[in-house]
Design a protein around this ligand. Structure first.
Ligand code: NDP
Ligand code: 2IT
Length: 444
């Protein structure tokens, strides 16, 4: 058995019941196979793949808190500090009832390569809880966040590990987490990103992931002689990433016609009303059923279904494994030109392969959603120099970073004789930098 297949088999055996982690490792290993096999004995002796797939550490803890009725509730909290070869651990916190160790490990593993692709000095980490913020009062969310941070604060720091938001963690949660960190540590430091603007947050961080996904889509199209203006865009999700992907697509003259949440989806043939969506989701924290009140001519459907709508560009922005082989077939049959992932690993491996083999350009999340963590790193820079940059400055750096990521992954694919395979390009380019840093720093 080759070294790479041997390690993959061991990863699956040693980490049972973690299918998302297996999926992420399998995809990366397939991509870096030519590089590893060209110098197999060396990498094997260095145990590079074992060191890459075993996190530096995993912290798991109990999160007890008291709900509004006086009942004590208990959730699980965790942080995976995966790899800090190129910088302090950096990655979001996810609060969602589906969170488990395999999901946090897949996200932390992906984050290593994504953060490398940004070109900024950040390592890979991720954390979260099975706590569900939905339907909780602000006081309950605060109680949970304070208890979560009472344990997490021991392991994080501005130069050590810098968490941020992800599903279920936005500005409100980051504020409560920051307050508790400050209280316990006594330090006012850039220990979290996605902070409010009055206490160290960066302009354009809220918009960064969605905007970044559309900036890279624009560059992909430009490189292939296509103008994004006038194109129809189908988006899933209705959270932070989806909202700002829709907003940027509309600003560039494209028409985003769908969004979705965990109960249903909206089709608005005239283009999604972003201000209505923000009011429903960011202000009222309500369901998408409300959308029809703002736009009577739109359609609301229960369940899932956005990928059946004819489009030029599809941007999945909800969660992992939400775009399946059947959806890929439908998109390709409808003439979709590109799938650009806003979420982390939203497309299954067989769906990805189908799209690539059927002429649909495909950019993986670790490249296309890297705008969020990139601006988080810019927030860290601003915190370090105790200054804040203008929206235009941050946005312009974000655009440059996304354009650079596109050309970096495109060039890596060309160097390894798989031109147009942006999955391979992203994994190879992301891995190369981490590998160099790991080798330079010795066995540690
Ligand atoms: P939000 O919590 O703001 O929004 C998530 C959206 O996806 C909601 O509309 C949610 O619906 C919907 N959704 C549908 N099905 C599911 C499901 N099974 N599990 C969770 N959500 C579901 O999260 P974000 O927009 O921040 O994150 C979306 C994706 O983008 C995730 O994959 C995340 O890892 C990734 N990402 C986020 C970044 C960021 O900066 N925020 C950066 C890079 C990637 P409902 O409200 O009904 O649950
Ligand atoms: O998946 C991701 O890149 C994020 N949730 C953002 C991480 C960050 O540190 O901003």
């Amino acid at each position: 058995m080759s070294y790479i297949d041997d390690v993959l088999a061991k990863v699956i055996e040693k980490n049972p019941s973690e299918p998302e982690f297996h999926q992420a490792v399998t995809e990366v290993f397939e991509s870096i196979r030519p590089m590893i096999e060209a110098n197999e004995e060396f990498y094997k002796r260095e145990a590079i793949l074992e060191r890459l797939t075993e996190p530096d550490r995993m912290i798991k803890f109990r999160v007890p808190w008291v709900d509004d009725k006086g009942q004590v509730q208990v959730n699980m909290g965790m942080r995976v500090e995966f790899n800090n070869s190129i910088g302090p651990y950096k990655g979001g916190l996810r609060f969602h009832p589906s969170v488990n160790q395999g999901i946090i490990k897949f996200l932390g593993f992906e984050q290593i390569f994504k953060n490398s692709l940004t070109g900024l000095p950040i390592g890979g980490g991720k954390g979260g809880s099975d706590f569900d913020p939905k339907g909780k009062s602000d006081r309950e969310v605060m109680a949970f966040c304070q208890s979560f941070m009472s344990e997490l604060y021991k392991y994080i720091g501005a130069d050590r590990d810098v968490p941020a938001g992800d599903i279920g963690v936005g500005g409100r949660e980051i504020g409560y987490l920051f307050g508790q960190y400050k209280k316990l540590s006594g330090n006012y430091e850039g220990v979290l990103t996605g902070k409010g603007l009055s206490y160290g947050g960066s302009l354009a961080r809220t918009e960064a992931t969605g905007y970044g996904a559309i900036y890279i889509a624009e560059e992909l199209f430009k490189d292939h002689g296509i103008d994004i203006a006038g194109k129809t865009v189908v988006v899933s999700g209705a959270g932070n990433v989806a909202i700002y992907a829709i907003e940027k697509a509309q600003q560039l003259g494209a028409k985003a016609v769908t969004c979705s949440d965990s109960t249903g989806w909206v089709y608005d043939p005239e283009g999604i009303d972003v201000e209505a969506l923000k009011e429903i989701k960011e202000v009222n924290r309500a369901r998408l059923t409300e959308y029809k009140k703002y736009r009577p001519n739109s359609e609301y459907h229960e369940g899932r279904g956005v990928w059946q709508i004819k489009c030029d560009l599809a941007v999945p922005c909800a969660t992992q494994n939400e775009l399946f082989l059947e959806d890929a077939k439908q998109l390709a049959a409808n003439g979709c030109l590109a799938v650009v992932e806003g979420a982390n690993m939203p497309t299954t491996i067989d769906a990805t392969k189908y799209l690539q083999e059927n002429g649909v350009y495909f950019i993986p999340g670790k490249a296309s959603n890297a705008g969020g963590v990139a601006v988080s790193a810019l927030e860290m820079s601003q915190n370090s120099e105790r200054l804040s940059w203008t929206f235009e400055e941050v946005d312009s750096r974000l655009q440059t970073i996304m354009v650079d990521i596109y050309h970096n992954i495109d060039n890596a694919a060309k160097r390894y004789d798989c031109e147009g395979d942006y999955v391979a390009g992203a994994n190879l380019a992301g891995f190369e930098k981490v590998l160099n840093a790991m080798l330079a720093q010795g066995v540690c």
